[in-house]
Design a binder for this molecule. Structure first.
Ligand code: NAD
Length: 288
């Protein structure tokens, strides 16, 4: 039987690393996308020969295509079993004052970057006629932020709402080749993404009406993030997405299922009130 194989973007830390480790332990051949040679060396040391690090900055089209060619050469005529579009960053800030470049960077990595990776690896999943084996699958790491936009982290939510549309449209386009496309929607997962969120300097918004709310949001996010589920929980869902006979189209992995359910059933205006009250974003809180 041919060995199962997977390409994971953003595998240097967090969910991507945990997924690489998990699938390698299952005997999968893992191609792990990283941006720095130092991370490639670290992964090779930590995970052994079954994992091949490949340089793949999703904002660099030439590098993504070169990664595709490297994986093609390693696989020969065999299909790639899976592509996990995981690379991502989270940008926060009030929309009225957010530097436009911050929004562009957010979408460039989390949306356009997934398109680049998909175009480079879909041929190996079976979108190129004449390759051997069953068609592969694409698992997109979206978020619960793909269903519900928290204020002040709207750039991130924009990218994850886009990821939902990307997943749905791509699934319909790739039915032609039998390549299934699904999304995983994590809530808070304890990964380095939260340390990076801490790097946001709220001082840049100190002169605005969002000074208090953004500080409150950062504190709340960091606390929830650090108490998040371990990333291996997402790795398990990715594995199920790649191997179940009929994988779920969206799998929510979160410690606060009740809250997520509530957000999905409450009328939007009521949710608006609840969230804005928590963050001191209502007009009466601002004036008092
Ligand atoms: P992380 O910061 O540990 O991992 C992000 C990875 O993406 C890193 O390996 C980083 O190097 C990589 N990356 C960033 N920019 C890149 C680029 N231009 N090209 C290639 N790789 C790049 O954080 P994580 O939590 O493991 O995040 C992984 C994915 O999970 C992201 O898409 C994130 O939005 C999503 N997610 C995370 C959480 C959470 O609570 N941690 C919740 C929902 C969704």
């Amino acid at each position: 039987m041919t060995q199962q194989s997977v390409m994971i973007t953003g595998a240097s830390t967090g969910i991507g690393f945990a997924t690489a480790e998990y699938l390698a332990a299952k005997g999968w051949r893992v191609f792990a996308g990283v941006r720095k040679q130092a991370d490639a060396d670290r992964l090779a040391d930590a995970l052994g020969e079954i994992v091949t690090p490949v340089l793949c900055d999703v904002t660099d089209g030439d590098q993504v295509n070169a990664a595709g060619e490297a994986v093609r050469a390693a696989l020969g005529d065999d299909n790639l079993t899976g592509l996990v579009n995981n690379a991502g960053v989270a940008v926060a800030g009030p929309l009225l004052h957010l530097p436009v470049e911050d929004m562009q960077a957010q979408l460039e990595i989390n949306v356009t970057g997934q398109l680049r990776a998909t175009q480079a690896f879909a041929p190996l999943l079976g979108a190129e006629r004449g390759r051997g084996g069953a068609p592969g699958r694409i698992v997109n790491i979206s978020s619960v932020a793909g269903f519900n936009a928290m204020p002040l982290v709207t750039p991130y939510a924009c990218s994850k709402f886009a990821m939902e549309a990307f997943t749905q449209g791509l699934r319909r386009e790739l039915m032609l080749y039998g390549i299934d496309v699904i999304a995983i929607n994590p809530g808070p997962i304890a990964t380095p993404i939260w340390d990076k969120a801490e790097e946001l300097d709220p001082e840049q918004y100190a002169h605005t009406d969002y000074d208090g709310p953004i500080r409150k949001l950062l504190g709340y996010m960091l606390e929830r993030g650090r108490k998040g589920l371990p990333p291996v929980k997402v790795a398990e869902a990715v594995y199920a997405g790649l191997t179940d006979a009929k994988p779920r189209l969206n799998t929510v992995i979160t410690p606060d299922r009740f809250q997520q359910w509530l957000l999905s059933v409450l009328p939007a205006r009521m949710t608006d009130k609840m969230i804005t009250k928590q963050l001191n974003l209502t007009a009466d809180q601002q004036s008092s």
